[in-house]
Design a protein around this ligand. Sequence first.
Ligand SMILES: [Zn+2]
Length: 280
Amino acid sequence: MKIRFWGVRGSIPAPGPETNRYGGNTACVSVTTASGGLIIIDMGTGLMHLGNALLGREFGKGKGRAAILLSHTHWDHIQGLGFFPPVFIAGNQFTVWGPGDSPKVLEDILEGQMDPNFSPLQTLKNLAASFDVRAASCSESFEAEGAKVTAREHPHGATKALAFRIEDAGKTFVYASDVGYPEAGPPPAAIAHYANADVLLHDSTYRPEHQVTRRNRGFSSYEDACNAAIAAKVKRLVTFHYDQDYSDDDVDAIIASCKKIVAPHNIEVVPAREGDEIEI
Ligand SMILES: [Zn+2]
């Protein structure tokens, strides 16, 4: 499978000269399965750029289909939807799998951001493509574009978010963003969810010294990410969801620290950077 990063920043877009190298768009990752299926994870502002790239394919002709896995509905994970050109082309089909037990509640939240006070689109009903909203079960795996997806709920500040384990053609990719562990670190159930992944993309929002004063926001430090990767014995750790106030140089320092921590465990560190793609 091919994993591509369209938005890697946390909480709010942070464009500017100091974030040019890693990128300022918020969470969006695409996964292309071995058989060519498209899975989109999160709809942050990076979704706009993915959408523009998809127009050159079947999505430009109204013949595209994709699954969208939504970890949760904070702004930085849904704000790209109204700027995703393929949803304005009739014939394209999207199935959105998101948190909560009720597709109706999830659809109402997504509908809320289209309210005329927030968006000129006014309602989801103005999207020409088919947009089927479903609740992602955490009790059993489901199939998305031919891949097996297992969702697990974790705490994220005052709310919850989903981590997705995607298995396809013998490879495993885990997406775990916006993760607020207890102070003791990742619990056994989280480690089991990430276990032996070829790639673990993990929330690396903070340096430990900044996490201490912001624990209630529900994000991981890069040390949490490293500890999870080591305990789960993954092959590669992808750092993700960098704090909006961190410059590229700050992110460089985070990556260097991660490499130092995981090197004795034979884990490779790959920083998520807009436009980069990894294949497993
Ligand atoms: Zn976020």
